[in-house]
Design a protein around this ligand. Structure first.
Ligand code: ATP
Length: 901
């Protein structure tokens, strides 16, 4: 458009008519109404602003604009904005005072009228008319003669020289040139109004129409664009690099999902099944078939003549390139026959008959799907075997099933335990030291021709520190330590056990010197003859055989020591124990008083307590007869937990005592509420035990009696302190203990009309004690010094019927005797029982001090430990003999009243 306007011929044409107007009328432009123009400008402007970075510099009057909605207001805005613009634009070129302001104004007005005259002349295209309107507005606000116009102004406005047609032409060109490029850019939305302003500013400085001006305009436009881009970039900060990584997994999943979605929403069809009749009627008879392909002798694919189909049936899917019809055939013979008949019917000569191909295709998808369940099954077996195998020993997968599951502890990092950490088993430590010195200095033994023991069995009750001792051996000798449990050799698959044994020993040989520790070896090492009773276990037997073979297989220089732990050394196969295999048998019993003290000392090291350590360890050891190392560790930890629960700053004696009670009797059952009658019965029951323990000469001294229900089904309990470590027990001690055990029931009988089931556990203990006296301890004159093994599995009793009857009679006699002893005592001390019971009912727990308060000092002297730690007076009593665990009220001196069943 600008080019068009600038064309001399057209300008001349317009200029002439405009010149006429210029002279004829001076106020033509004032008749112009501008809503049309403003709507145009507004539309352009709105679009132009939308392309401007919103975060960029604000337009003047931006605030106002926010509130402007009506066209009127918008028009004013633009006008204001343009006025502002020209104010600044004209500033550098204006020379106020140097020129006649009135003449200047007149010149500009005339210019405006001239431009308006151009428009009035008519014949211009709409867009050019619009442009002229814009120029009118812009020109209206020009206050001073722009640079480059001065000469023209001087000549025609000041000196009033008449303009020639060519000068009019120049004049028109000037103004058009002055604005049109800017307007053109503005209208075509290439640059914003701000940028036009800056362009015009440059132009006004360099003069109109010059090349430099034009260049700078373009530069300005480009600059403006760059600025705009820069602004956008600046706003967003550093350019954002979006990194695309190709992930094959995601790609496949995305592709599959996309395909599924696509096929769901756009179910394209590329095949359809038809019948023979349809085939004939629609295609064959019409001559549209090109070829037939028999697939797998059961289906026929119809190849159609696409062009013919497209002409005949343009809407049919068969017109698509990949679309096929199929029909099923019974057999190839019948198909061929039918086809021939069809050809004959239509009289198709042999040479033009439809060709038939035979293809055997493998339907891949169907085949893959038919294998689906098998693959799924194998996959799940594989997965689960991996999961099952992954847990232990680092072996995983079904192929690792025969691998050993032994955990290997590195002596430098994992096995930090030393002999100092194992307390209270000095003899066992001494025995095992030999293995340590063998592993450390093998030459010392080998040069003398000594064969080093191959292994040792550590046997003893649970929690006595067998594993700990084995670990300490590894820690001391500084060799790798393989730990495995006997049960880990046993699997449901045949042959796995021996294979794991082989693997374990092979591993060990690779890591010599080292120690193998097989915990719970009785799981595989049970005596083979015993197993056969009631069906043997071949797998276990072959595992055991493999261990025997492996242990034989070591040569004398192999520095592999095999230690095994068991709670049941008696059931182990003799072949395991023979020299050359587990030739050392180290028994680890429950710790003695001294041992317990040492174990407490080891575990108390980690506990924050302000108690005197010697006294604390001694007292706790005295309080915990029969405790194994693991019980002690548990007790110490429990005490710390109790203290923490009470927000105590350090663990105190009472916390330890609470912890011991909890370990012995279980948690207090505060939720268990007994009826008053039941509570009374329990109180009298416990009082009966307590009085017997107090007044019977050989009974154990009572520590505490309580009727607070605790875990393990006890409604009340009395804690006694065995006078000493019981290695031997006399008839007197046993009789007194039995009488004391019966004290609960006898007390009930004496104080109530009826008795309860609460004494059932007491009777069990009493019967077992009496039975042991008769059949094992030789304490019955009628039976004599005989020992009868109690074996549940034996079908025949190892004694005659008469002996059996005599045993029964003797057991009964002993129990009756104990019962009489108890009844006599409690009848005599009926008041004392009442006293203790009532006190128990009110206080629930009575200590030894309460007993002394109620009954006076115990008439018999207390033992050494008791005196030392529990304030009893008297001399040290002779050590009491032990009875097997089953035959006493319990080595830990507990006496519990079970819940009535
Ligand atoms: N003599 C001891 N000195 C210090 N702590 C001990 C001692 N005996 C046992 N313990 C503690 O008891 C815990 C359990 O001991 P360990 O596992 O060695 O018993 P275990 O005899 O192997 O038991 P199980 O026969 O049930 O396998 C040890 O971790 C340790 O904290």
């Amino acid at each position: 458009m600008a080019t068009l306007l600038r064309r001399p011929a057209s300008i001349a044409r317009y200029s002439r008519s405009a010149a006429e107007l210029f002279t004829a009328s001076r106020s033509t432009y004032s008749h112009h109404t501008r809503p049309q123009l403003w709507s145009l400008i507004n539309a352009r402007q709105a679009r132009s602003y939308s392309s401007v970075n919103p975060g960029g510099p604000k337009r003047p009057n931006d605030e106002k604009n926010n509130n402007k909605n009506t066209p009127e207001k918008k028009e004013n805005d633009i006008q204001d904005e343009l006025a502002d613009f020209f104010k600044t634009r004209n500033a550098p070129s204006s020379k106020p005072g140097s020129r006649d302001a009135a003449a200047e104004k007149e010149f500009l007005d005339q210019s405006l009228q001239f431009i308006s005259g151009l428009q009035k002349a008519g014949g211009l295209p709409q867009r050019q008319q619009d442009l002229i309107r814009v120029i009118q507005i812009l020109l209206k606000d020009v206050k001073h003669i722009p640079l480059g116009m001065e000469e023209f102004f001087e000549k025609h406005a000041v000196q009033r020289k008449v303009m020639t047609l060519g000068e009019w032409d120049n004049f028109a060109n000037y103004w058009l040139d002055y604005f049109d490029d800017s307007m053109h850019l503005f209208q075509s939305e290439k640059v914003s109004l701000d940028e036009i302003k800056s362009m015009l500013k440059t132009k006004s400085e360099s003069g109109p129409g010059g090349e430099a001006g034009k260049d700078s305009k373009r530069q300005g436009a480009n600059q403006g664009k760059e600025q705009k881009d820069g602004k956008e970039q600046g706003q967003k900060g550093a350019p954002k690099v979006v990194e695309f990584k190709f992930d094959p997994g995601s790609f496949i999943i995305t592709s599959v999902i996309s395909y599924m979605l696509y096929t769901t929403f756009f179910p394209g069809e590329n095949s359809r099944d038809i019948t023979w009749q349809e085939f004939r009627a629609n295609f064959f008879d019409k001559g549209l078939v090109e070829k037939l392909t028999v697939l797998n002798r059961s289906r026929v694919r119809v190849e159609l003549n696409r062009e013919a189909i497209a002409n005949e049936m343009p809407d049919s899917p068969a017109a698509q390139r990949n679309f096929h019809y199929y029909f099923t055939i019974g057999s190839v013979d019948s198909f061929e026959r039918k086809l021939e008949e069809a050809h004959n019917e239509l009289h198709i000569p042999t040479s033009q008959r439809i060709p038939v191909a035979y293809v055997d295709e493998v339907p891949w998808l169907a085949t893959a799907l038919s294998f689906g369940p098998t693959i799924l099954l194998i996959g799940s077996v594989f997965y689960f075997s991996r999961r099952a195998g992954g847990g232990a020993g680092g072996q995983s997968g079904i192929f690792g099933i025969g691998k050993s599951r032994a955990r290997r502890f590195n002596h430098e990092t994992d096995v930090k335990i030393r002999f100092a950490d194992v307390a209270g088993m000095d003899e066992a430590k001494l025995e095992i030291m030999e293995f340590v010195s063998f592993l450390k200095e093998p030459d010392k033994f080998q040069k003398l021709g000594a064969k080093i023991p191959r292994g040792a069995i550590l046997s003893g009750p649970p929690g006595t520190g067998k594993t700990l001792l084995a670990k300490a051996t590894a820690g001391e000798s500084g060799v790798p330590f393989f730990s495995v449990s006997g049960s880990e050799f046993v699997e449901m698959f045949v042959g796995v056990g021996p294979s794991r044994v082989r693997d374990l020993f092979a591993n060990a040989r690779k890591n010599t010197p080292c120690i193998i520790f097989i915990d719970e070896i009785d799981a595989i090492g049970k005596s083979r003859s015993k197993q056969n009773f009631g069906g043997g276990n071949d797998e276990r037997e072959s595992t055991l055989n493999q261990i025997l073979t492996e242990m034989d297989g070591f040569n004398t220089s192999d520095q592999v020591v095999v230690l095994a732990g068991t709670n049941r050394p008696d059931v182990l196969d003799k072949a395991l124990m023979r020299p050359g295999r587990f030739d050392r048998h180290i028994g680890i019993d429950r710790p003695t008083m001294k041992g317990r003290e040492q174990i407490f000392r080891v575990h108390l090291k980690k506990i924050l307590t302000k108690e005197d350590m010697d006294y604390l360890c001694g007292r706790l050891a005295a309080l915990t007869p029969g405790f194994a190392g693991a019980d002690i560790a548990n007790c110490v930890n429990e005490a710390a937990l109790v203290a923490a629960r009470e927000h105590a700053e350090s663990v105190k004696m009472k916390h330890f005592e609470q912890a011991i009670e909890r370990v012995i009797g279980g948690l207090e059952k505060k939720s268990l509420v007994l009826s008053p009658e039941e509570k009374r019965t329990v109180a009298y029951h416990e009082a009966g035990h307590a009085i017997c323990g107090w007044y019977l000469r050989w009974a154990d001294p009572l520590l505490k009696v309580s009727i607070i229900p605790r875990g393990q089904g006890a409604l009340g309990y009395a804690q006694y302190l065995p006078s000493s470590e019981n290695y031997l027990m006399s008839v007197n001690q046993l009789m007194d203990r039995m009488a004391m055990t019966l004290g609960g029931r006898v007390s009930e009988e004496l104080h109530f009309d009826t008795v309860t089931s609460g004494a059932s556990d007491d009777f069990n203990k009493v019967t077992r004690m009496a039975s042991a006296m008769v059949t094992k301890f030789g304490m019955s004159k009628a039976i004599g010094p005989l020992h009868f093994e109690e074996d549940q599995q034996q079908l025949h009793k190892p004694f005659s019927e008469e002996t059996a009857r005599n045993i029964d009679l003797e057991i009964r006699r002993i129990v009756d005797e104990a019962y009489k002893r108890c009844t006599d005592l409690l009848t005599e001390k009926k008041n004392e029982v009442g006293l203790v019971a009532e006190e128990l009912l009110s206080k629930e727990v009575l200590s030894r001090d309460d007993m002394v308060r109620l009954l006076g000092q115990r008439p018999y002297p207390d033992t050494g430990e008791f005196t030392k730690y529990f304030g009893g007076g008297g001399t040290i009593a002779p050590p009491e003999p032990p009875v097997s665990d089953e035959g006493t009220t319990g080595k830990d001196g507990r006496d519990q009243t079970p819940l009535p069943s």
